[in-house]
Design a protein around this ligand. Structure first.
Ligand SMILES: NC(=O)c1ccc[n+]([C@@H]2O[C@H](COP(=O)([O-])OP(=O)(O)OC[C@H]3O[C@@H](n4cnc5c(N)ncnc54)[C@H](OP(=O)(O)O)[C@@H]3O)[C@@H](O)[C@H]2O)c1
Length: 295
């Protein structure tokens, strides 16, 4: 089995399309999805909790209205966080739950909400402090055998947590926060582990959650803006394309999970693949984000 399961260079993140962001209606979701598909992006990243458990349902309304989309969209979704909100009045405390019962129930909910027959990649959203990896592996086997889920991965797992579960069931990705503003994965061995195992790391908040576009009087932020402005001229591109190209340059094959709710910005992101940042400029960006040169 090939472990390289994402064919595109990007995943389309859905966290900000609904109640946690753009609050799209069905027609707006439909236009967004069509624009992504028309531009070759077919992998969409969800989680059961997005929009307080409403975003999968809203996305699924489009698939129910347009059955032709069912076999075109490929869904990555996550489970394992119990998020107290109006839609889950029974949850009294925010908690992680990787029990077989919770995973099975979440998968059935996601399939039904999204109106699809199979989840391409199911991720455990966060490492459950109390996870029993043997029980998780058994439930993954069951879901694979039933055809409800094709591949399994994790999100926000440390290297050792990844190893622990991967020894029981082969995982295909670790979706972690990686950007010019969040460098842990470069330093803590997570990206080395992905390279070693030949699995694709996915980067959530690849633009730092939009940090670049919030007004800041911070001297360091201003310096970074200056550097990016001059590089935009050199590479004839936008700052978001630079931030994405910076991630794409890494040899582990990072797949950025795009967070924008604007289809025009999704399309703009694709041009990052054509930017070949030279090594010196990669380090210039690193230095200007960190505020100091490497040792
Ligand atoms: N596994 C996890 O634990 C986890 C955690 C968080 C997120 N995720 C996934 O990762 C995806 C991406 O995360 P993210 O949304 O934080 O990603 P991001 O791409 O770093 O940030 C997206 C934000 O930046 C803004 N933005 C992007 N380009 C812009 C521009 N040119 N000018 C102004 N604002 C701009 C967007 O606003 P507009 O919408 O207006 O463009 C949006 O608010 C999510 O959708 C979700 O699927 C996973």
């Amino acid at each position: 089995m090939s472990k390289l399961i994402y064919e595109n260079s990007f995943l389309v993140g859905c966290m900000r399309l609904g109640a946690w962001g753009a609050k799209y209606n069905t027609n707006e979701y439909e236009t967004f999805i069509d624009e992504c598909l028309n531009n070759g992006l077919s992998d969409f990243d969800h989680a059961d909790i997005y929009g307080d458990y409403t975003t999968e349902i809203e996305f699924g309304e489009v698939i129910k209205k347009r059955p032709d989309l069912k076999n075109k969209v490929q869904i990555t979704t996550k489970c394992g966080i119990k998020h107290p909100c109006d839609q889950r009045a029974g949850y009294t405390v925010k908690a992680y739950d990787s029990s077989p019962e919770h995973i099975l129930e979440s998968v059935d909910n996601s399939l039904s909400n999204l109106g699809i027959d199979q989840i391409k990649v199911l991720l455990l959203h966060r490492p459950d402090f109390l996870m029993d990896v043997n029980a998780i592996a058994d439930v993954f086997k069951k879901l694979s055998n039933s055809g409800k889920v094709k591949y399994f991965g994790v999100s926000n797992f440390s290297m050792t947590q990844f190893d622990l579960l991967n020894q029981k069931y082969p995982l295909v990705t670790n979706q972690i926060e990686i950007s010019l503003f969040h460098l842990n994965a470069f330093l803590d061995g997570t990206l080395d582990q992905c390279q070693n195992l030949k699995i694709q790391p996915a980067a959530w908040s690849p633009l730092g959650g939009g940090k670049l576009w919030t007004k800041s009087e911070d001297v360091q932020d201003k310096k970074l803006h200056e550097v990016l402005n001059s590089m935009q001229i050199k590479y004839n591109c936008t700052s978001s394309q630079l931030l994405l190209a910076w991630l794409l340059k890494h040899p582990s094959g990072i797949i950025p999970v795009l967070g924008t709710s604007k289809s025009a910005r999704v399309i703009e992101s694709l041009k990052a693949m054509d930017i070949n940042l030279c090594k010196e400029d990669w380090y210039v960006m690193l230095e200007s984000a960190r505020g100091h040169e490497v040792a």
